[in-house]
Design a protein around this ligand. Sequence first.
Ligand SMILES: O=C(O)Cc1cc(O)ccc1O
Ligand SMILES: [Fe+2]
Length: 446
Amino acid sequence: MGTEARKTAEGLTYLTGFGNEHSSEAVPGALPEGRNSPQRAPLGLYAEQLSGTAFTEPRAHNRRSWLYRIRPSAAHPAFTRIDNGAIRTGPFTETVPDPNRLRWNPLPEPAPGTDFVGGLWTVGGNGDATQRTGMAVHLYHANASMDRVFSDADGELLIVPEHGGLLLHTEFGQLAAEPGHFALIPRGVRFRVTLLDETARGYVCENYGTHFRLPDLGPIGANGLANPRDFRAPVAAYEHVEGPVEVVNKFCGNLWRAEYDHSPLDVVAWHGNLVPYVYDLRRFNVIGTISYDHPDPSVFTVLTSPSDTPGLAGVDFVVFAPRWLVGEDTFRPPYFHRNVMSEYMGLIEGAYDAKSSGEGGFVPGGGSLHNMMSAHGPDRETFERASKAELKPQRLDDGLAFMFETRWPITLAPHAGEHLQERYDDVWRGLERHFRPSHWRFRQAP
Ligand SMILES: O=C(O)Cc1cc(O)ccc1O
Ligand SMILES: [Fe+2]
């Protein structure tokens, strides 16, 4: 599968930079000069603005693009409801929020003919898509390319492939996302997914809140973490398809379809700062201790979606990328902790340094949820090994894990009890008591 598509993916060119004012035309002269909406747009195209923020939001956060297309997006018939499959949306009210530590095995093989949208399986989420706050965690497992087009009015989609490459045909042009990359599709942008391998599996954070942005760097300085120049946006590329095209629209939690008489991926030129993009997580500049103690994982933030409280993210996207561990007199893996934030973790490849990765462990394609205040940290084996290890400089390069960390608890979708590991709590069983003070009788609380 996908030989032609893989050639295309390998030959793609990109525009670089995060949040830039990009412009691109697939046909010379398609972009109007000096204005956005001339009386007649060049080449008989229709001019259309796509807003990602309210018109009046501060300039530093304002996102919009102008699209010059064969037909305006308005030219479509009515949408009608279709089955939501295994997709759920906030508010999540079908289960009660669960304080237990939870861990899942990877999704099983999908039924033949399952495309990216059909393969979406919601784990859970929070907030309310109609209020534009909160997020959802989805998995996908697909074995067919889409011959329909999808858009999500409820949130931007941060797609993290774990197995199999994706070629994303978007209104703005084409992007390739392989395992180790992530792709971001802005709210409402239409796209179609071609598989580059037999099957494709991965994770999605659907962000109902404010756009993901680069975190402030504070004392780190002007450079570091995810560097803006490593974000890649597509160049304009359009398809000119006349004939029935199914377009699926996720709107306030439900899927709706309409049969267009043309492809909506018909943008010949565009300019603006609201764009889809891809980023290679291996480019992440990892900051960590060069003296002692394990830093909080906020230093591994790739992107953040701020909430209305400064410093308190609706959702952060955090990566645990290859790095050196050199901390002196330090317990080097993640410490035991209870976090006011809720943590969903996934594994893209290899192993994670706090957990065993064998069968029934934390494995690629699996996931874990440690909701707010749930006690977690290294499993017993990791604790025993790391608290006795000889502390010489150690390269951690056999894994790529990530976390969606959110200020609100994640409530599960009704089907998310499937594929759960039953005895996850046992990873912390048998952590022995080592505290044996000789005078304990005199110090004990009454
Ligand atoms: O729970 C986890 O593994 C994620 C995590 C990693 C880390 O290095 C510190 C805190 C934390 O929550
Ligand atoms: Fe944690």
